[in-house]
Design a protein around this ligand. Structure first.
Ligand code: BES
Ligand code: MG
Ligand code: ZN
Length: 495
């Protein structure tokens, strides 16, 4: 059967029969005695759990079929392990495991109760978020699958529906934001060019987000020479898009998210090898994460002032392309000797960071970018690289990473690395030797942030060609949205 889509979350306090029933089982292996399971024999279920030697291990599940007439088609016992200790993204994973366990089912009843207690708001939010994220599938171009999609109905059984409804709404908004980002990243560059992406971003206006766009003429007039150098040989015009969400009355407290939006990175004249070049359609994952984050903050009406700034360009070779050897005068006035046209992300971000700092004078700036292949060599696909000039910022970002499972690992910055970026004939060069490639890239960016507290997230290992996990089966993981949304909590009013 085809992959069902969730079209309806409905909330009932009564158990609806048929379909699949999901029960949470902790490591005692026992079913809560307070649970009313009409039509089901609890003793029989208990013996079956024992017989199959299921101990309620976290992330494992046991499925049993056709227990009684006129009852559920099957029951899934979802293991939660030790119910007094949950960490990090455990509940998101549990939601994902639950969705993964449902095959050939169009209706599921979830009973969100542990043996001793009901789940708290955050646990429910995480669970549903994980459930929805696991359900995501980018198969819109598989013509044979699309037409067969059927709705999956989830019935949520709980005693305290009103309280739980809020968590469900929050989960849906956050999951929608992540899925929007995944869609952007998965979409190929022939469909999502710079202009198309820009038009999509404008849809955030309906949520009350202020949008401003600089087209290539305006960029030229304003001196964005580094950013424009990257898109020179592309048929797709460059765009800079600013998204402002003003949710707080403290006017001066703006935090800024800056995203690399290279819709396709061929490498330019320093052309990449063909193997895996198609992956470079995802070189706008940083920009996509910024858009998803602003979407999430605006849709939950977060009491915070944020601005998202993304630079949308395509890096192509051609008669008009940027050459190795060229010297650019960036927006900041600093000059850059281009050594390698494939080190284009830092050229885009140099102008974006400088502009954001000067124009918005933000409290802090965080840029997010698929910047270097070297970060994947260093950290693999489990942690994104974090570079920063501010220890408090690092602490808050790492905490948000632990909470959401979008983990960050701090990498070094320092004078020893900074001087590697110097050029003999300009202020700096855009490409250095092989050593510490992610660090020297970050050092390059640091030259454009002044004294502003700043962090740089290198997501080249975590945002694209993702390894599957309990709540992500998508090529583009949507990395960064849950992280930055969670991080923004520190800056919300009445915190
Ligand atoms: N977009 C790439 C980085 C990248 C590589 C992202 C693999 C995702 C997966 C970036 O523009 C790039 O080409 N970086 C070069 C830098 C080098 C020329 C200094 C790299 O990593 O090889
Ligand atoms: Mg490149
Ligand atoms: Zn790139």
């Amino acid at each position: 059967m085809s992959q069902p889509i969730i079209t309806q979350l409905s909330y009932f306090s009564q158990v609806e029969k048929k379909g699949t029933l999901v029960l949470l089982i902790d490591n005692s292996g026992e079913i809560s005695s307070s649970l009313e399971l009409e039509g089901l024999d609890k003793d029989l279920m208990k013996s079956l759990i024992e017989l199959r030697n299921f101990k309620g291990e976290r992330f494992k599940y046991l499925e049993i079929c056709a227990l009684a007439k006129n009852s559920y088609d099957r029951v899934i016992f979802l293991g939660v392990g030790n119910s007094s200790e949950f960490f990090s993204d455990d509940w998101i994973k549990l939601g994902g495991v639950c969705r993964g366990a449902l095959v050939d089912t169009l209706q599921v009843t979830l009973i969100m109760q542990l043996k001793e207690r009901e789940l708290c708001d955050d646990e429910i939010e995480d669970f549903i978020c994980g459930f929805k994220l696991r359900n995501y599938n980018f198969d819109k171009y598989c013509t044979n699958k699309v037409s067969k999609k059927e709705p999956l109905k989830i019935v949520f059984q709980t005693k305290t529906i009103e309280r739980v409804k809020k968590s469900l709404e929050r989960a849906e908004k956050l999951a929608d934001a992540v899925m929007m980002t995944r869609d952007f990243v998965n979409e190929p560059a022939n469909i999502l060019g710079t202009e198309e992406f820009c038009i999509k971003i404008q849809e955030l206006k309906t949520l009350g987000v202020e949008i401003n766009v600089f087209d290539d003429q305006k960029l030229e007039k304003n001196g964005f020479a580094a950013l424009l150098s990257v898109s020179r040989a592309s048929r797709r015009p460059a765009r800079l898009v600013m998204m402002q969400w003003k949710g707080s009355s403290f006017e001066n407290q703006t935090i800024a998210f800056v995203g690399k939006g290279v819709i396709f990175d061929s490498g330019g004249i320093s052309l990449k090898p063909s193997a895996s070049m198609e992956e470079m359609k995802g070189d706008m994952a940083g920009a996509a994460a910024v858009v998803g984050t602003i979407f999430s903050l605006a849709s939950r009406k977060a009491k915070v002032n944020v601005v998202g700034v993304v630079g949308l360009v395509e890096n192509m070779p051609g008669g008009n392309a940027l050459r190795p050897g060229d010297i650019l005068t960036s927006l900041s006035g600093k000059t850059i000797e281009v050594i390698n046209t494939d080190a284009e992300g830092r050229l885009v971000l140099a102008d974006l960071l400088w502009f954001t700092k000067e124009h918005f004078k933000p409290l802090l700036m965080i840029d997010i970018a698929t910047l270097t292949g070297a970060i994947r060599v260093a950290l693999g696909q489990h942690y994104a690289g974090l570079f920063s000039n501010d220890d408090v910022l690092v602490e808050r970002l790492c905490a948000a990473g632990t909470r959401t499972g979008e983990r960050l690992w701090r990498m070094p910055l320092g004078k020893e690395y900074d001087c590697i970026v110097d050029s003999k004939i300009a202020d700096m060069r855009n490409c250095t030797g092989r050593d510490a490639g992610s660090v020297t890239a970050a050092q390059f960016l640091k030259r454009f942030v002044g004294d502003t507290p700043w962090a740089h997230l290198d997501i080249a290992g975590t945002a694209i060609a993702s390894i599957k996990n309990d709540y992500n089966e998508s090529w583009g993981s949507g990395f960064g949205v849950r992280l930055l949304d969670s991080f923004a909590h520190y800056y919300e009013d009445n915190m």
